[in-house]
Design a protein around this ligand. Structure first.
Ligand SMILES: Cc1cc2nc3c(=O)[nH]c(=O)nc-3n(C[C@H](O)[C@H](O)[C@H](O)COP(=O)(O)OP(=O)(O)OC[C@H]3O[C@@H](n4cnc5c(N)ncnc54)[C@H](O)[C@@H]3O)c2cc1C
Length: 384
């Protein structure tokens, strides 16, 4: 049986970052991933993710400051460009509560931003068409992260620092005592002093072996990439990332958002949420009604005609009831740390959270108050 300091389950954004930080700190690390690295069945693959300060909760504004510098450090260490400053806009009807809270959050943390009315917004960002009663917030630091490249960079650097990375190794059994964990994956048994569970939508499949079930709900979301007639105006370098604060009054069950085309990927237009899904379901075919919804969104709020859909594919968010993350120790085993980096907005923080998970696994105090992410905010069922 192979013996490690730390085993990480899951090579998504969180697990890959944790493996990197742990190996970088000199731990003997094993990372196990049930599918191939950078597979498309979870939440961390693809061309792009938004990183932004514009949150309606101060904690995330503060975390974003640390996350931006974490990605910059990773770029320096790896020699790779991972983050592209695009600027970001949020728009919606004046007085929308989420929007107003975001303005307060940015102001409280002294993050610079510009607020403008619809007319000024359309002048500054001619790619958009805003309703007269909209307000538009521009935050110049918002950026796009090349998602798959970030995950693969973490993995590559982890391996260079001596981590063992095994793909197509589904963990089917986990047992723990106060000082050790034993994991079985693809018929092999591995042991370590500590464990980090970063299994995304499958977290409860793993944690049931340790008598724990979290209030997580995987939901089906969909990435849609479109080709626009005025292509250049919607490419990275010209087009900001954006979030539209438009919900049921405008016919959207979840907020629409978008990102520029990256290396010919097409402009990404999606909704921030979706209906419940079983992560084991093999069906990842696109919902055509959702494609039509996003085309109608483009026709109403973007000025260039859409030429065609380039690609569309279902993928997963894993939601907590309050949409905050779960970063905590297992209630019974202090050497097991859980990173459920979920609710459709954790990618930007994954480099940072990976470091927190390793801090916790090695009994160091993370340099950030993680109280909002602890398990005791939920009443958990006794799953024994
Ligand atoms: C379409 C889309 C757009 C998004 N946009 C943004 C955005 O703009 N900005 C942002 O910050 N966030 C965004 N997010 C959210 C963000 O990408 C996720 O929160 C984050 O990637 C989750 O990472 P994770 O590592 O927790 O989970 P995952 O990526 O699901 O990784 C978990 C991994 O664990 C593996 N695993 C599970 N069980 C086992 C097992 N038993 N044995 C071995 N391996 C196992 C899985 O195969 C998987 O690879 C978006 C998500 C999606 C899907």
């Amino acid at each position: 049986m192979s013996q490690y300091d730390l085993i990480v389950i899951g090579a998504g954004a969180a697990g890959s970052a944790a493996a990197y930080h742990a190996a970088d700190r000199g731990l003997k690390v094993l990372l196990l991933e049930q599918f191939e690295f950078d597979h498309g069945k979870g939440s961390s693959h693809g061309a792009s993710r938004i990183i932004r300060f514009s949150y309606n909760r101060e904690i995330y504004v503060r975390m974003a400051a640390l996350a931006f510098s974490g990605w910059r450090s990773l770029e320096e260490v790896s020699g790779q460009t991972l983050m592209h400053r695009t600027g970001g806009i949020n728009f919606g009807p004046r007085g929308e509560p989420h929007f107003e809270a975001m303005i307060d959050g940015l102001a409280a943390q002294q993050i610079p931003f510009e607020l403008m009315d619809a007319k000024e917004g359309a002048k500054r960002f001619p790619q958009f068409r805003f309703d007269n009663d909209f307000e538009v917030l521009y935050q110049a630091d918002a950026a796009l992260l090349e998602a798959s490249k970030c995950v693969l960079t973490h993995l590559r650097l982890a391996e260079q620092s001596g981590a063992s990375l095994i793909q197509n190794a589904a963990v089917t059994s986990v047992s723990a005592s106060e000082s050790s964990v034993t994991v079985i994956a693809s018929g092999s048994t591995y042991s370590a002093d500590r464990l980090i569970v970063a299994a995304g939508a499958w977290s409860n499949h793993v944690l049931r072996h340790l008598n724990l079930q979290l209030p997580l709900q995987p939901v089906r979301c969909q990435e849609n990439y479109f080709e626009f007639e005025h292509l250049q105006a919607y490419e990275m370098g010209s087009f900001p990332v954006f979030i539209a604060h438009l919900l049921s009054d405008y016919g959207y069950p979840y907020m629409p958002y978008g990102l520029p085309s990256v290396n010919g990927s097409g402009v990404k237009l999606s909704l921030h949420g979706g209906p419940p899904i079983n992560p084991e379901s093999p069906d990842r075919t696109a919902d055509q009604a959702l494609v039509s919804t996003m085309m109608a969104f483009a026709a109403r709020y973007l000025t260039s005609p859409v030429i065609k859909l380039l690609s569309s594919r279902a993928c997963l968010y894993t939601m907590t009831p309050d949409e905050d993350f779960i970063i905590d120790y297992h209630p019974e085993y202090h050497n097991v740390v859980i990173g459920a980096c979920c609710s459709g907005h954790a990618f930007k923080f994954s480099n940072l959270i990976g470091g927190f998970l390793v801090d916790m696994a090695t009994e160091q105090l993370p340099k950030f108050d993680l109280d909002p992410f602890t398990l005791d905010r939920f009443s958990l069922p006794d799953s024994r």
